[in-house]
Design a protein around this ligand. Sequence first.
Ligand SMILES: Cc1cc2nc3c(=O)[nH]c(=O)nc-3n(C[C@H](O)[C@H](O)[C@H](O)COP(=O)(O)OP(=O)(O)OC[C@H]3O[C@@H](n4cnc5c(N)ncnc54)[C@H](O)[C@@H]3O)c2cc1C
Length: 537
Amino acid sequence: MPSANLDAVIIGGGHNGLVCGFYLARAGLNVRVLERRGVVGGAAVTEEFFPGFRNSTASYTVSLLNPKVIADMRLHERGLSIVERPIANFLPQPAGGYLKVGGGLERTQAEFRKVSAHDAAALPAYYAALEAVADVLRELALKTPPNAGGGPRALLALAAQGRGLARRPIATQRDVLDLFAKSARAFLDGWFESEAVKAAFGFDAVVGAYASPDAPGSAYVLLHHVFGEVNGKKGAWGHAIGGMGAITQAMAEACEEAGVAISLDAPVAEVLTEADAAVGVRLESGETVMAARVVANVGPRILYERLIDPAALPDDFRRRMRGYRTGSGTFRMNVALCELPDFTCLPGKDPAEHHMSGVIIAPTLDYMDRAFSDARQFGWSKAPIVEMLIPSTVDDSLAPPGAHVASLFCQQFAPVLPDGRSWDDEREAAADLIVETVTAHAPNFRASILGRMILSPLDLERRFGLAGGDIFHGALSLDQLWAARPVLGHGDYRGPLKGLYMCGAGTHPGGGVTGAPGHNAAREILADRSLLGRLLR
Ligand SMILES: Cc1cc2nc3c(=O)[nH]c(=O)nc-3n(C[C@H](O)[C@H](O)[C@H](O)COP(=O)(O)OP(=O)(O)OC[C@H]3O[C@@H](n4cnc5c(N)ncnc54)[C@H](O)[C@@H]3O)c2cc1C
């Protein structure tokens, strides 16, 4: 395609880049997506990581993907099938025994009764409160935040979005404040007494958040993990048959059908600017692609620190972006298994519901707090936070018959190791520790591993283009959310240069496989084309 007549060039073919490209092309724009890797999908891909074994190598579970995006891109018609797990989580306990969460309210209450009658009784009200706040988030997910310093349109958005919240019952408004401002521990202390129950819910607060569950604002990350749904079931998490790549391959098909040109192995080296406008990009190959609009699916830190000449950016903006926090403290492994883990607390190697759930090794909030402080000091903790999912128990397309693949998703691993140490030298040791941590609960685990793919924070950066290995393109903290994502004054998907837009997880509503940033960015880009849209700005 000749680049001269491009309406938009999108840097990155992650799921949000694809979603944005789809909506733009559907509205008649001439769009080209430039993806650095040989596969689209960004952090939502399925790859063979060991001969005969495939897995979602980065993100691995679905919930947040917006139903409107699914419908508009006709992802189900393109073959996307998402299955629920029988229960959500299985938590082996340090003193023996286990806790199962999910599979219906009554079942979870019965489980909680093992540790606290009070907590079992509190559960319905807790779920209802969380659900009410998650509804607020759901309502905001596809709305453009009111842009600080914006024109009448921003004021209208502020009034509408503020009124939506003000209409909620006072209890919900209080819960909103709690979840946005409190630490996960303070929030959960208000509901439960058992450390095991608090850990079962508090785990979500440290996923992708390099922070203690005692950090003010950490409760928000917990909320961020419950605003999705699977097949209409709110708050549930599921598995995409064929892995996360099934989502992004279906998205790519929708894009191509709408007329988007997708170029693979096309890393962008630089955004081209003229005066105060973005006018195109230069690829590492030397090719120049000119376009009326440049849309960045890459995270803000990569866009503003690596792809744009600093002299082209306003000084204050540049300084603030230097303070933008990335680095989620995530360590990820994919393992090929010859058999399922046989847990001491629940023996058996035949597939059972606990094998189909998220197995969580993080028994208390204190354990999680220690994992963070150890990581700050030493790089990682000898008692790491581990979640393991075995998708082959619900999807036989991923491993040979009788064999399995597991995703190990581990938190509080320093994005940058202290004392000048490098992840290149230490990834194997950290991986061994993670394997030992699981083996302590399932003695056959270490010996069952046929092959493994290790992704330290540095590997996540190199392989997936995630600054600091940040799974969300930037911390989900109050100072980097909603109208302040990535920075106040640019919370409406528009960058600081004319014709420059952002459509990735570093914009509202943040990380996760949601499609929402891509959807919203496309709407703003299209609004800027209309006279009314421009007048209202
Ligand atoms: C290990 C891990 C586990 C996760 N688990 C889950 C989960 O289970 N469920 C969930 O919902 N979310 C999960 N997430 C978060 C979620 O995957 C991301 O937030 C989401 O995929 C971000 O999508 P995106 O399209 O905005 O950006 P990305 O997926 O990061 O896409 C950006 C794209 O830009 C490309 N790119 C980078 N630099 C350049 C360049 N110079 N030129 C051209 N292209 C470039 C990249 O290759 C990439 O394809 C996880 C993420 C990780 C890393």
